[in-house]
Design a protein around this ligand. Structure first.
Ligand SMILES: *[C@@H]1O[C@H](CO)[C@@H](O)[C@H](O)[C@H]1NC(C)=O
Ligand SMILES: *[C@@H]1O[C@H](CO)[C@@H](O)[C@H](O)[C@H]1NC(C)=O
Ligand SMILES: *[C@@H]1O[C@H](CO)[C@@H](O)[C@H](O)[C@H]1NC(C)=O
Ligand SMILES: *[C@@H]1O[C@H](CO)[C@@H](O)[C@H](O)[C@H]1NC(C)=O
Ligand SMILES: *[C@@H]1O[C@H](CO)[C@@H](O)[C@H](O)[C@H]1NC(C)=O
Ligand SMILES: *[C@@H]1O[C@H](CO)[C@@H](O)[C@H](O)[C@H]1NC(C)=O
Ligand SMILES: *[C@@H]1O[C@H](CO)[C@@H](O)[C@H](O)[C@H]1NC(C)=O
Ligand SMILES: *[C@@H]1O[C@H](CO)[C@@H](O)[C@H](O)[C@H]1NC(C)=O
Ligand SMILES: *[C@@H]1O[C@H](CO)[C@@H](O)[C@H](O)[C@H]1NC(C)=O
Ligand SMILES: *[C@@H]1O[C@H](CO)[C@@H](O)[C@H](O)[C@H]1NC(C)=O
Ligand SMILES: *[C@@H]1O[C@H](CO)[C@@H](O)[C@H](O)[C@H]1NC(C)=O
Length: 542
């Protein structure tokens, strides 16, 4: 026994001394990389015998040699430290250093937190969560807006090798043109040169950005007459995207149906309002665009003017008849109205406030025929005057009156001209005018060629059922023929005078020649010769 102990001690010493220089156990590769859940081959080399591997993973030998033994670790799906090679050396068991196994894992989940509908110019946080990725120190997370990189985040200082989750935050200021842009979260696990480059992209989320900074505007009249429709418009200016704006309109608490139109940055809704109830009513417009809802209200004063009835006692009167002009108001009316009876020019009667009956009497005169009477109701709503009126015309009957301008006392016509005899009279109804000349009825108004016989006195009588008026019209016809005769006679007279003068001269010459002949025979004279040469020639020819 002592001998054995001694031997063992000497042997152990000898082995220890020897292996210190010669025996080794190594693991290869020392820094292996394996995909999570995958398998890994390790080569144990040693100068010693009984090479083995110590590992928490499922392991099978896959080959051996004189100084090596290879193993396959499979299903590497958990993080375990302590994989090493060992061998039985002369000095005892010897172990290799632990292998530094890197298990890598593509992210299980990449998740972008949902974002709300955004208001332009306001900040919003984007959050990307990456779960189940390893090793994180090799991870790069990139946030993208369309093709634009918003943020690149790396984790070089991350020491843990186990799969873990990372969260990346980034704040953006919503912009108008971000509308319908897509945000994605991209991961890149770069294991090169020993491993692969693994890229993943999250599902995209869309940005919905809305610009609705300005308050909407209501365009509607301040006053509305009961029972009459009025157009109104609700505008949302400088909004984006305008087509997304939705409108809700109410009048006096009741919803209105509206039409929406969009014009580059302006959304507007049109509706028609009407009310039968008098008083102040609220017009309400609510506009929603994305996350923003704004409203605007306006008070509309609904007023009612009464219905008017105008009665002219007897719309047909005769001169000197008293005519009552009565105006009455019916139906619902806003308080404070006043009635008036006017004609085209002036106010004839004014009623008291809220009085629904007004009367004015006129004594019909000839000039009141066709006179227009107006009944008017006036209401002052918030300092604004609202009116309604109704009118009717009075007819006054009166006897004929022959008027100088339409039937003058005397007329002068020119013979040979074309003219017509006219004579008309005032009166209501329009009088019938009849004229007689020389006891015979004469056709008034017919064009005729004026002859001398047309001159004389015309007896005219204008009649209607209210009386008659008579007039004698004297027509004087101017003659033209006597003058022409006189001129012709004058010309004739001159011609006669000339002819007579010519005859006298001829006769005288003949007489002189005869005298000369007698005288020549007695006493010839040179002066006389020349003077009477034509006569001489004449006589010599004879
Ligand atoms: C293990 O290592 C030895 C020595 O380097 C080598 O000869 C052998 O081929 C390796 N085996 C495998 C399977 O790589
Ligand atoms: C070496 O491998 C051969 C077959 O390849 C096998 O028969 C032998 O048992 C192995 N030796 C050891 C020590 O595992
Ligand atoms: C990432 O990509 C790998 C393959 O490239 C895939 O197996 C894995 O499921 C992906 N992860 C996500 C979160 O899409
Ligand atoms: C968003 O953009 C896509 C294409 O870029 C388009 O098909 C889609 O209609 C857009 N959506 C809206 C609400 O504008
Ligand atoms: C809406 O538009 C239609 C057709 O353009 C028109 O007939 C209708 O009267 C409009 N309604 C309102 C409330 O303006
Ligand atoms: C309308 O807007 C005002 C603020 O401008 C708000 O106080 C009110 O509650 C809104 N009314 C409705 C009915 O939304
Ligand atoms: C109307 O009355 C006035 C005065 O009362 C009188 O002079 C006139 O003749 C009357 N006219 C008629 C057409 O009756
Ligand atoms: C006019 O009205 C007054 C009072 O309302 C009445 O006495 C008179 O008889 C009326 N006259 C006529 C012609 O209707
Ligand atoms: C009467 O009413 C009409 C419209 O209904 C208006 O044009 C006219 O000017 C009014 N007349 C008077 C005298 O007020
Ligand atoms: C009343 O007379 C005026 C002219 O004086 C005329 O313009 C108007 O049309 C008439 N009204 C009626 C209802 O006959
Ligand atoms: C004019 O006519 C009316 C009705 O026909 C008649 O009564 C009257 O006597 C006439 N006057 C003259 C002067 O002819």
């Amino acid at each position: 026994m002592q001998k054995f102990i001694f031997f063992f001690a000497v042997g152990a010493w000898a082995v220890t001394q020897g292996t210190a220089e010669e025996d080794y156990v190594e693991i290869w590769p020392p820094n292996p990389m394996v995909e999570f859940g995958g398998s890994l081959d390790l080569n144990c080399t040693s100068t010693c015998e009984h090479i083995g591997i110590e590992s928490a993973y499922t392991k099978v030998p896959i080959g051996n040699g004189s100084n090596w033994k290879a193993f396959r670790l499979s299903n590497v799906n958990f993080w375990a430290a302590g994989t090493l090679c060992y061998a039985e050396c002369k000095t005892g068991q010897k172990k290799s250093p632990k292998a530094n196994i890197i298990i890598y894992k593509s992210p299980e989940i990449i998740e972008l937190d949902p974002v709300p509908k955004m208001e332009v110019d306001k900040p919003y946080k984007l959050t990307c969560q990456v779960f189940g990725v390893a090793p994180i120190r090799n991870l790069t997370v990139t946030l993208m807006k369309g093709d634009e990189q918003l943020l690149i985040k790396t984790f070089e200082n991350y020491t843990q090798t186990r799969a873990d989750a990372v969260v990346v935050n980034h704040t953006i200021i919503a912009q108008e043109d971000d509308y319908n842009k897509t945000i994605t979260c991209q991961t890149s696990l770069d294991l090169r040169p020993r491993g692969p480059l693994l890229k993943n992209t999250s599902q995209g989320i869309s940005l919905w950005t809305f610009d609705f900074a300005k308050a909407p505007l209501l365009h509607a009249g301040l006053f509305l007459e009961a029972g009459t429709p009025m157009k109104m418009t609700c505008d949302a200016p400088e909004v984006s995207p305008a087509r997304e704006a939705t409108f809700g309109l109410w009048f006096a608490g009741k919803p209105l149906t509206s039409n929406t139109t969009v014009m580059e940055g302006l959304a507007s809704a049109q509706a028609v309002i009407a009310s039968s109830s008098v008083g102040e009513h609220e017009l309400f417009c609510m506009v929603s665009l994305g996350p923003v809802t704004k409203n605007v209200t306006k008070m509309v004063n609904v007023f009612a003017l009464p219905n008017l009835m105008l009665q002219i006692g007897s719309s047909e009167a005769v001169v000197n008849q008293t005519v009552n002009i009565t105006c009455s108001a019916g139906g619902s009316a806003s308080p404070g109205f006043k009635m008036q009876i006017t004609d085209a020019g002036k106010t004839l009667a004014t009623g008291k406030v809220d009085e629904r009956f007004l009367q004015h009497a006129v004594i019909a005169q000839q000039e009141d025929n066709e006179r227009e009477f107006i009944c008017q109701v006036i209401l002052i709503v918030d300092g604004h005057t609202k009116k309604r009126n109704i009118s009717q015309n009075l007819t006054v009957f009166y006897r004929p009156q022959i008027d100088d301008s339409k039937c003058p006392h005397a007329l002068t016509w020119k013979e040979g001209s074309t003219t017509s005899f006219t004579c008309s009279a005032l009166g209501n109804p329009t009088p019938t005018v009849q004229c007689w000349k020389d006891g015979r009825p004469y056709n008034i108004g017919e064009p005729q060629l004026v002859q001398r016989e047309h001159g004389g006195i015309y007896h005219c009588n204008a009649t209607n059922q209210y009386g008659f008026d008579v007039r004698d019209v004297t027509v004087h016809v101017e003659f033209y023929q006597p003058n022409i005769l006189a001129i012709t006679m004058g010309i004739l007279a001159i011609a006669v005078i000339f002819l007579s003068l010519g005859g006298l001269v001829f006769y005288n010459n003949r007489k002189k020649c005869r005298i000369y002949h007698l005288w020549k025979q007695q006493q010839p004279q040179a002066r006389r010769d020349t003077e009477l040469l034509p006569c001489l020639n004449h006589t010599t020819n004879n």
